[in-house]
Design a protein around this ligand. Sequence first.
Ligand SMILES: [Zn+2]
Length: 330
Amino acid sequence: MGLREMEREILHREKKTGTWRKWLLRGIVVLLLVGLGVAAEAGAWLLSRYREGAVREQELTAQVERLQASLAQGQAALEEAQQIIEQMKEYSVASPEGVVPEYTQLYPDFYAQPWTGETVSGGKTVCLTFDDGPSPNTDRVLAVLEEQGVKGTFFVVGKTGQKDQQRMRDIVAAGHTLAMHSWSHDYRKIYASVEAFLEDCYQLYQWIYEVTGIYPQVFRFPGGSVNGYDRGIYQEIVAEMTRRGFVYFDWNASAQDATAKPLDPAVIRDNCLKGIGRELVVVLSHDSAARTTTVEALPSIIQGYRDAGYTFAPLTPGVTPVILDYKREK
Ligand SMILES: [Zn+2]
């Protein structure tokens, strides 16, 4: 090979090598670009998965919060049930060694039927109640309730006049609850013993049936379930009346209208509206001839509760009992 030829050969090889390098570089660049594209694609996919995950996490957190809330409600209900069990234990103390008190044998037809109707436990419900009637005032209360389309509850006493009997029938016919308060409303008499209470209440029970054809299922203790007269025996009375299927209601808002001089209707209204904010309100007011300002206040009481978003219900054994706080009252 001559020198000339060798030179040509080297030049040719260099040219060839240059071409390979160029293609190799191009290949690397293409691969890099493809790699970047894939990486970007994957990044976007991962980001979207991450975002979905975040949304799902939020949903799960909300679900956990909801579950925690219902758990808390469940625990509250359990605690309430345990308190009731404790109270029942207190009652059983009244009959040591399982001895059944003799008064359980009295008045074998003095029992309430089991309740099969609706239950009401709250949901911004207000139950208007009128104690100590019937009276000439009952007619006016009934007229207002009719006009307003509201059902209430009348805890009546033993009144035997013709007009009062008609009022009891009017209460039932209008769809209100006719409930037992007391035949005599004589604290010393009815709270003298469990037997005395049963005798008085049974007399009213029979009378209500005789006049109206319905058996009352609900009652209210004169003076409230815990008062200055029944401290020694109220647990026994509650246990015995409950055993017979009756349900009693105290109140958690009061017209405070049992005054010597009738209160101003605006004051009565304000007193009654103090129940606003509770899920279930039971308003105590009085139905007697002297309570004229109570009936004057009634439309504004109804309006006040309506404006606050409440609905009205009569008391039945299906309504969650509203009972004075024994611990506080003791
Ligand atoms: Zn009363």
